[in-house]
Write a protein that binds this ligand. Structure first.
Ligand code: SF4
Ligand code: SF4
Length: 391
């Protein structure tokens, strides 16, 4: 029964081959323009990396449309982008500085790319002092401050906390680890832990405003472990390094592997909590059809970010932390969960609602994740052909 119901759902949301091909055309054109812009395709390695990225992105989008499954294909692209982001980021750092260490001089020279996770901490200081307290380059470099902020505003208005499952390369690491867990030995977390990201957000925003420095970046970011970290040359920087590595091992490796949940995203990340606010002011939501639901609670177990609980299920809604990843939609055996456009009649046009969500979500994913995939592939191709990723 479960299998049959699940199949029915896939058929309901999936499109015929012809329709899926037709609706994939805009993505084929857009991704072609993206890859033609700013890449030297006369260089054989760049041309190969661009070609693979292009085919991969469009295969994923076509499969989403054809199969009706969102999470399965999104996750493949999301995790691949995250792994290749690390490859290309580290290769860039070693090429630029020969080390993952970030010195004070590097920071003052604006060499640090803007990490989106510090955005909430920039807002109060920027309003009070007209200064962006993250000393990154405004336009140039790996991720200029202005470029990142424009992308963040555009994506947040389009799909809200969807950021955390469609763009964030850090979320992709958490998701990749969680997906390796086949039999969770940690089966539940106290609901009260889901408020911790809000507490971290409040602390980080206040501390950053008081000290005019990006407190999260300086003290709490687990991802320093796999990107760049301050040179360890004092008790303070040693302590910071211990915190970064401990949080990375605990929240991004151990707990996801043991629980199958995205614990960094769901139980700690202040940027994730901040993005939840945008779920309230954008047009898309994930809703549950109470008439179809049989209260099996599979969706509660499946949600990786703790965005469903008994109360939200009874209300037919997801919590504000929903990252619109589509996993509960794919896994519900009754096909009771769907993307929804706020202000329209629920379930009147569920396929259209899904399509209208998938276009902006995937376009942003192709822009950022596609860039990571291209950059990482290029480094791997260099390694294969020259024996070194850099130079
Ligand atoms: S919405 Fe959740 S509880 Fe209801 S049938 Fe689907 S998986 Fe089960
Ligand atoms: S409620 Fe569903 S769509 Fe939202 S984060 Fe959880 S699994 Fe993903």
């Amino acid at each position: 029964m479960t299998g049959i119901a699940s199949e029915t759902k896939q058929n309901e949301m999936g499109l015929s081959w012809g329709k899926a091909a037709l609706l994939s055309l805009p993505m084929l054109l857009l991704t072609a323009l993206l890859l033609l812009h700013g890449h030297n395709l006369k260089d054989p390695l760049q041309a190969i990396a661009a070609g693979i990225t292009y085919l991969f992105a469009n295969y994923i989008f076509f499969k989403m449309l054809r199969s009706g499954r969102t999470h399965r294909y999104r996750s493949i692209f999301f995790v691949a982008a995250s792994v290749l982001f690390v490859v290309s980021f580290l290769a860039n750092m070693f090429e630029m500085r020969g080390t993952m260490e970030l010195s004070t001089a590097n920071i003052l020279d604006g060499e640090a790319p803007l990490c989106p996770l510090v955005i909430p901490a920039l807002l109060i200081p920027a309003a009070l002092t007209q200064t962006i307290i993250f000393p990154g380059s405004m336009f140039a470099g790996y991720a200029g401050v202005a470029t990142m902020i424009v992308l963040w505003i555009g994506f947040s208005l389009a799909v809200g906390r969807g950021w955390c499952s469609w763009i964030c390369f850090f979320g992709g690491m958490d998701e990749g680890m969680a997906s390796l867990c086949k039999k969770p030995s940690i089966r539940s977390f106290d609901q009260r832990w889901t408020y911790l990201p809000w507490a971290v957000l409040l602390a980080v925003v206040l501390l950053s405003a008081a000290t005019l420095s990006p407190a999260y970046c300086e003290w709490l970011c687990p991802f320093k472990t796999v990107t760049e970290y301050p040179a360890v040359n004092s008790l303070e920087t040693g302590l910071q390094a211990v915190i970064f590595v401990s949080l990375f091992l605990g929240l991004v490796i151990y707990l996801p592997l043991k629980s199958g949940k995205r614990t960094q995203c769901g139980l700690f990340c202040p940027f994730g909590a901040f993005q939840s606010l945008f779920n309230r002011c954008n047009s898309f939501a994930v809703r549950i059809d109470r008439a179809r639901c049989v209260d099996c609670k599979i969706c509660l177990k499946e949600c990786p970010t703790f965005s469903l609980n008994e109360a939200s299920l009874a209300a037919g809604e997801t919590r504000s932390s929903c990252t619109k990843c589509g996993r509960c939609i794919d896994r519900c055996p009754r096909g009771a969960i769907s993307y929804h456009i706020k202000g329209t009649e629920f379930l009147r046009h569920p396929k259209t609602a899904r399509l209208l969500f998938l276009y902006p979500a995937f376009i942003f994913m192709a822009v950022i994740g596609g860039g990571c995939i291209f950059g990482g592939l290029l480094r791997l191709l260099k390694l294969l052909t020259t024996g070194s990723m850099i130079g």
